[in-house]
Ligand binder design. Structure first.
Ligand code: OGA
Ligand code: NI
Length: 333
């Protein structure tokens, strides 16, 4: 907590613990902006066509952006304002505002939840809190800035609705029903301060999200990159859009039909970047396994069956090594 990047980064050069080993550095900072990441208009009325577009995007990229998604743009703007105001608070206030729940359903960290044990750090602070059911968790959310709960309550309700709508399209597209929905839902408000040397560090290292789906509000500052065909492509900020990506559990359930894409965040030296991830996760006791209807003699199950909580243990053990994780999850043939 005392480590928060935003509390000490002003005017400092990059500390050694933030310098990545050469093979993990971002390399070329300017990569092609992905005008090929699909932008899907959810305002369209042809449901079959929408499902088709979403499924294709999940198959090819694991990523897409949505516009005309139904979340009011003033609510998105207000939420982004309070997220920025929160990260602009003093370190002391941030500590107070994130320690209301002894069970830590709301907390703040720097770099990653593994700060104490990781070999090097990433250039971000992250505020995390549970969102569902709202009545249970809102009492633990920050009360500074004063409008935090008033704005973020309706914001998370709307984004949750959007996430479930997209999950419903995906399950219809695959012809399956997704179990364990409505499990844990969490908001992570990321803050990446201006960085003294973006070539040596990252805001977030290469990773795949261990969730069903993430609905990301990425603001107008570029930084997100997706790994596709062994190359990094940038995700262009589009006003009022959300970036949507699917995570590993959906890759397993779809028996590899859908891709949970690896992604990372690069920093920049000019402006701070604030983003908000809304994660919809399976419940801990949900069995994550290839859907029966997607498995047959020509498409054998690619992955083992695992409870979500056991999947998470393997995910954490693999610590962003995607090959090791894939091996740990693959069905033995
Ligand atoms: C994440 C994530 C991307 C961003 O929170 O898992 O990938 O642009 N965030 O902040
Ligand atoms: Ni992510």
């Amino acid at each position: 907590m005392e480590h928060l990047v935003s509390s000490w980064c002003n005017g400092r050069s990059l500390p050694e613990s933030y310098i990545l080993p050469p093979e993990k550095r971002p390399g070329k900072l300017t990569v092609p902006l992905a005008n090929n990441i699909p932008v899907i208009d959810l305002g369209g009325h042809d449901q079959t066509d929408l499902i088709q577009q979403i499924l294709e995007a999940c198959q090819e990229f694991g990523f897409f952006q949505v516009i005309n998604h139904g979340v009011p743009s003033n609510l998105m703007d207000e939420a982004m304002s309070v997220f920025k105001e929160f990260h602009a608070l003093s370190a002391k206030d941030k500590a107070i505002e994130t320690s209301k729940d002894p069970n830590k359903s709301c907390h703040i960290y720097t770099s990653s939840p593994n700060y104490a044990t990781e070999k090097f750090h990433f250039w971000r602070d992250g505020l995390v809190h549970h969102c569902n059911p709202l009545e249970k968790y809102i009492q633990f959310w920050p009360e500074k800035p004063p409008r935090y709960r008033e704005v973020v309550g309706p914001y998370t309700a709307e984004v949750s609705k959007l996430g479930f709508r997209i999950l419903e399209f995906i399950s219809q597209g695959l012809g399956i029903s997704l179990g364990g929905l409505g499990g844990n839902q969490a908001l992570v408000v990321n803050h990446y301060p201006p960085c003294p040397d973006p070539s040596l560090t990252l805001g977030l290292g290469k990773h795949m999200d261990p969730v069903f789906i993430n609905i990301l509000l990425q603001s107008d500052v570029y930084g997100l990159q997706v790994f596709k065909d062994e190359e990094w492509i940038g995700v262009e900020p589009i006003p009022n859009a959300f970036v949507v990506n699917i995570g590993y559990p959906l890759q397993i359930i779809s028996n590899g039909k859908l891709k949970g894409a690896e992604h990372r965040v690069v920093t920049n030296s000019n402006v701070a970047r604030t983003t908000a991830s809304y994660f919809i996760n399976p419940s801990n006791e949900t069995l994550i396994e290839p859907a029966k209807s997607l498995v047959d003699a020509s498409y054998p199950a690619l992955y083992k069956s695992l409870l979500y909580k056991d999947f998470l243990i393997k995910y954490i053990a693999a610590s962003t090594d995607s090959k090791a994780l894939e091996e740990a999850l693959r069905a033995t043939v």
